[in-house]
Structure formats: structure tokens, C-alpha cells
Ligand binder design. Structure first.
Ligand SMILES: [Zn+2]
Length: 143
């Protein structure tokens, strides 16, 4: 019986995916550890305390979604490195509390309206095209 390789983004095996992650991290000068999981509710998440990126093998079947999430989480790693772990966590929590307590007129959701989440989304959107293009090309060349 043929055991099918677990593919990420529909086409990369785990080793290739690891290389892609390394390439992204090197580009933005961060060094998170990578751990695979089988979550079905999140593509990936970044644990600031352990500087670890958890990536779902189960959920990441689409290149665009995969890259968007990785870039989003990478932005958190960049912020954590820039500000220092503790300061970043503190600033994030303060922002959450400010929103929850109604200090911003237009912000209601402590998560999605959080300025760090907004920055991560913006960063992911801005950089997505570049990586999508680079990876589509590299895969074509290999086969
Ligand atoms: Zn986030």
C-alpha cells in the first residue's frame, strides 16, 4: 500500500514546507521554532513565550491561506523580537483591555480589532503576492 505524503498547501511535503518557513523567517530576521500539529481550527499560531510557530498539517491545504497565516504569525514574531517578549505581551494585553473597556470608539473586538492583529493582517496582505509568486515558480522548476 502506498502511503501518501502529508502535503502542505496542496503540494509541499513537510521537508519542503520547513524550507519555505525557514526562508520566510530568514527574510524577516526571526527564528521561531516550528512544531507541526493536527488542529482543524487554526492554520497556525505563534507562541510568543516559547518563540514557537505551530503549524497545522491537517488544515493547510491551500497555498494562499497557508502563506497568509504564516506571514501573519511571522509579524507577531517580528513584533515580539523588536519589542522584547515581555513588552510585546504586555502591550498586547493592554490593547485588549482598552478595547474591552470601550476606550476606542470604533473598536469592539479585543482580538480582531487589536492593533497588533491589524498590523499582522496588513503585513500578511502586503507580502503575500511576493511569496505566492516565488513558491509557484520554485515548484514548477523542480518538476
Ligand atoms: Zn494574530
Amino acid at each position: 500500500m502506498i502511503k501518501l505524503a502529508e502535503l502542505i498547501a496542496g503540494k509541499f511535503d513537510l521537508k519542503e514546507t520547513m524550507e519555505i518557513l525557514e526562508k520566510i523567517f530568514v527574510t524577516y530576521k526571526v527564528k521561531p521554532k516550528v512544531r507541526w500539529n493536527t488542529r482543524t481550527d487554526r492554520f497556525a499560531n505563534y507562541d510568543v513565550d516559547n518563540n514557537t510557530m505551530y503549524v497545522s498539517k491537517k488544515l493547510n491545504k491551500d497555498l494562499k491561506e497557508f502563506l497568509h497565516t504564516i506571514l501573519h504569525e511571522t509579524k507577531h514574531a517580528i513584533d515580539a523580537k523588536k519589542m522584547g517578549k515581555k513588552k510585546f505581551i504586555k502591550a498586547y494585553e493592554i490593547e485588549q483591555n482598552m478595547i474591552a473597556q470601550g476606550h476606542y470608539k470604533d473598536k469592539h473586538d479585543p482580538y480582531s480589532d487589536n492593533k497588533f492583529e491589524e498590523a499582522a493582517e496588513k503585513f500578511a496582505k502586503k507580502n503575500l503576492k511576493h511569496w505566492k509568486k516565488a513558491l509557484s515558480k520554485s515548484k514548477q522548476m523542480r518538476f
